[in-house]
Design a protein around this ligand. Structure first.
Ligand code: SF4
Length: 443
């Protein structure tokens, strides 16, 4: 069963990104992977994202966002919306454009959101059909069907298997970084501030967000300039926090969409930094705001296969396909196809067909949804907090932004590959950045 009736203390909205210095979870990975990718994308530096009108959308990321959005609404205690209907509405808004609430800006940061002239907290966004350089509706329509199929299956699965209380839905967190002695960390904020920004008076139990105004000599101009020291915060977006109704333990459910789920899929989890960070940050958040839990024990890392149950493909030979990588059928559907096509005698004689059927029976729902519980003890969480501190200090110590060209998929698919290649060959990479990228609205 799923219990969505708990109404407890919730963490308040994160402070303005200008009142603290944000260190995003994704930023840390980028910093360690490639300094050039980091300096172009980090909110503490250039904060650039590719313009959709020029670079299009990254389909896996885009699709995953839609699935997350649907599940967030499904588990939201006040909404409890049908995930299929939410996904369809999200898709049409993405494709056609329309009105969004301020809280949805993160998902539409690359759609030129403009404040609505008369409706408060509402923005107008353009649709992909209007923005994309070469919109191919068929590809998007395939993903619409895929999302509907996956979420129909997920809903049935969840109704049968969910056994938790929802404590907090997917939300943005922002918690102070602490040094190894447990003291808050303040550093000089070198970002150019918006014209109307003035130092915040807010703070938390560790102190004010903005510590002091001070003057330093700008090495570029040799002039004295006013700067502010601000609290460093770890920031990110956390999936739903739950309490397991059987064990009473608190944890996080983290959803991933995956083209393929094999034995290697969960291999990285013993040291997965995102899981460890979320458990560390969730506990910090609970301590800061007196939430109902003090300890987060686990992350249920849930992989949703990008496929859904379909009858088996019938081959020209008249037999059903038994390709384990390509097919997405179930034992019941396979059995029906054997019967409907008069293949019972062939099946009884075929070891291959029987083995495949046994495989389908043994796999069951795991063909479409698998999860691995990730546990972290207090040492692992404490080490993560210390690691975060050192990484943040490195990031804010003016590191040299040299590139790290390599054969890894993160470099091959890097959103900055064209200007990076231009920079290496002495071409005008700055013009490419100016024309093809824009400031990330929401970071
Ligand atoms: S293409 Fe590779 S080397 Fe260049 S910025 Fe991206 S990750 Fe770094």
């Amino acid at each position: 069963m799923i219990d969505t009736t708990r109404v407890g203390i919730k963490a308040p909205p994160p402070p303005s990104k200008w009142d603290i210095i944000p260190i995003h979870t994704s930023d840390r990975a980028t910093f360690k992977f490639c300094r050039r990718q980091w300096i172009w994308s980090s909110p503490t530096r250039f904060n650039l994202v590719p313009k959709t009108s020029i670079h299009g959308v990254r389909m896996p990321l885009w699709f995953g966002t839609g699935i997350h959005h649907a599940l967030e609404r499904y588990y939201h205690p006040y909404l409890r919306e049908d995930p299929v209907e939410v996904f369809q509405a999200w898709f049409h808004l993405q494709w056609n454009g329309g009105l969004i609430h301020r809280s949805e800006l993160k998902e539409f940061a690359d759609r030129n959101p403009t404040p609505h002239p008369s409706i408060e907290d509402t923005f107008v966004v353009r649709g992909l059909s209007d923005i994309l350089p070469d919109p191919d509706y068929e590809v998007f329509e395939e993903h619409l069907d895929l999302g509907i199929g996956m979420l129909k299956f997920y809903k049935e699965y969840a109704e049968e298997h969910d056994n938790f209380s929802v404590i907090e839905v997917e939300h943005d967190f922002s918690v102070p970084l602490l040094d190894p002695n447990g003291a808050p960390v303040y550093m000089v904020d070198n970002r150019p501030m918006p014209e109307n920004w003035c130092p915040a008076s807010g703070g938390n139990e560790y102190g004010p967000f903005v510590l002091a105004e001070t003057t330093i000599t700008d090495p570029a101009t040799d002039k004295r300039v006013t700067v502010y020291k601000k609290q460093l915060h770890a920031r990110g977006r956390m999936d739903v926090i739950v309490q397991d109704l059987e064990s009473g333990r608190f944890g996080i459910r983290d959803y991933k969409t995956a083209a393929r789920i094999d034995d290697d899929y969960f291999r990285h989890l013993d040291l997965d930094e995102q899981c460890t960070t979320y458990l560390w940050a969730g506990e910090q958040e609970a301590k800061l705001y007196g939430l109902e839990y003090s300890q987060l024990d686990y992350v249920d890392y849930i992989a949703l296969r990008k496929n859904y149950p379909k009858p088996p493909t019938m081959l020209n030979s008249g037999l059903p396909s038994i390709d384990r990588q390509k097919e997405s059928t179930t034992a019941a559907m396979f059995e029906k196809a054997i019967k409907d096509n008069g293949l019972q005698m062939v099946f009884d004689d075929s070891e291959k067909l029987q083995n495949y059927y046994t495989y389908l029976v043994q796999m069951g729902d795991k063909l479409f949804i698998q999860f691995d519980p990730v546990r972290r003890n207090r040492h692992q969480k404490a080490n993560c907090g210390v690691r975060l501190y050192y990484e943040a200090v490195d990031m804010l110590s003016n590191p040299v932004p040299y590139p790290n060209p390599n054969k890894n998929i993160g470099c091959l698919n890097c959103v900055f590959r064209p200007p990076c290649v231009a920079a290496e060959s002495g071409s005008d990479f700055q013009a490419m950045l100016d024309d093809g990228y824009e400031s990330n609205y929401d970071r």
